[in-house]
Design a protein around this ligand. Structure first.
Ligand code: GRF
Length: 211
């Protein structure tokens, strides 16, 4: 199966997918835990470090920025429509994975892909901290003594931000004395395992053999 990954920054989650897939030399004789091909990595920011990670792994990259559209008086929806069309027609992915993609995608992007073939990774549990700064907002509630755990989820992408059927999720404890950095690190470590699990599960449900 062919996966297209969308990023905006560091790309540590992209790296987790690369490490599990056939794009990186198997660390040992075991076959990759994700028998899939990353056909393309897209970034909406030309400076995203994740682009270097993709290039190092020999994966094609596409920088697709909003500025040219703005300069031509076009809208974000025009951007979404053109990006969706380009990915769908030129790469025909079986799955699109939003991994640290910090740009709300309109229905005009989603319209280019079959229902259930686009996933998003979000560093919170279903319905808890939708939207940006999820980790920071969970940490603030921890400091107010309101919560002692948060989590991470992979969900299907639907027009409402960070909603959509949950594919997999994992709770992440917040420990007494944790700094924000401690929580961020624990969350990112959890993400790196969960994103591969979520892709495997969805591809299996779509009929691909993931043994
Ligand atoms: C991660 O917490 C991801 O869930 C969020 O952006 C952060 C950066 O991810 N959406 P990455 O290191 O760029 O993969």
């Amino acid at each position: 199966p062919r996966i297209v990954v969308l990023i905006s920054g560091n790309g540590s989650n992209l790296q987790a997918i690369i490490n599990a897939s056939s794009h990186s030399p198997p660390s040992d004789s075991s076959h990759p835990s994700l028998p899939a091909d990353i056909a393309l990595v897209v970034s909406n920011r030309s400076k995203a470090f994740g682009l270097e990670r993709a290039a190092k792994a020999g994966i094609p990259t596409l920088v697709f920025t909003l500025k040219p559209f703005k300069d031509q008086g076009k809208t974000r929806e025009d951007y979404d429509d053109e990006l969706g069309r380009k990915i769908a027609t030129e790469y025909s992915p079986d799955l699109v994975m939003l991994a640290g993609w910090m740009h709300i995608l309109s229905p005009r992007f989603l319209a280019h892909f079959a229902e259930g073939t686009m996933l998003n990774l979000h560093p919170a549990l279903p319905g808890e901290f939708d939207g940006a700064e999820a980790i920071e907002r969970a940490y603030a509630e921890f400091k107010e003594g309101k919560i002692s755990r948060t989590g991470v989820m992979v969900h299907k992408v639907v027009p409402e931000v960070d909603r959509g059927e949950v594919v997999c999720k994992r709770e992440v404890p917040i420990l007494p004395g944790d700094t924000l950095r401690d929580l961020q690190t624990r969350i990112h470590d959890t993400e790196h395992g969960l994103i591969v699990e979520g892709i495997r599960k969805r591809l299996q449900d779509l009929g691909f053999t993931m043994s």
